[in-house]
Write a protein that binds this ligand. Sequence first.
Ligand code: SF4
Ligand code: SF4
Length: 192
Amino acid sequence: MQVQNDITKIESGFARQVVLDSGVDLFACYQCEKCTNGCPVTFAMDYEPHRVIRMVQLGLRQEIARANTIWVCASCETCVTRCPHGIDIPKLMDYLKQSVLSQGDKPAEGAVAAFHQVFLENIRRFGRVSEAFLMGAYQLESAKAEKKIDVKEMISNLKLGIEMLKRGRLGFMPKKTGAKEAVKKLFANEKI
Ligand code: SF4
Ligand code: SF4
């Protein structure tokens, strides 16, 4: 995917806000690229992790929103482990995901963004992931996000789901967590 840089889209104050809200000290980054060199999915990213940090520092919010990097990141944490400053890039990526969604920007990877939202909604509702609900909601939301319905794939997934239910590999009714209040607090503390 070709992403155009546009210097007029710089948002001053964006970097400061990201640091304050996410708690990730991205000003400690000195662009050594150790994070990027260890990241297993850079081949699929529009911008490598160290570049995303620089883009945030520069206030290129819209460029970040248009790129697929934050959705491609697998949260594997290799970058944090390798970073000499322990800069928590996956945490930053998560913050940026929420920022894109809350600003109403169109995510570069609609299906991944749909999964992200459905997953969080599951946690918000039940305190843990309900696989059956997750599968069902993801099918609908990803079709909406991609504006196309793949009936063949839906039927095949439905068959797979039924088979898994029959074999007891999938719980039908969601189990709720006992730590309902703690989960509620987590969501209440969301910065964006
Ligand atoms: S490893 Fe850390 S300091 Fe180096 S570029 Fe990546 S985030 Fe910046
Ligand atoms: S957490 Fe994301 S950015 Fe960091 S190494 Fe893993 S995939 Fe790459």
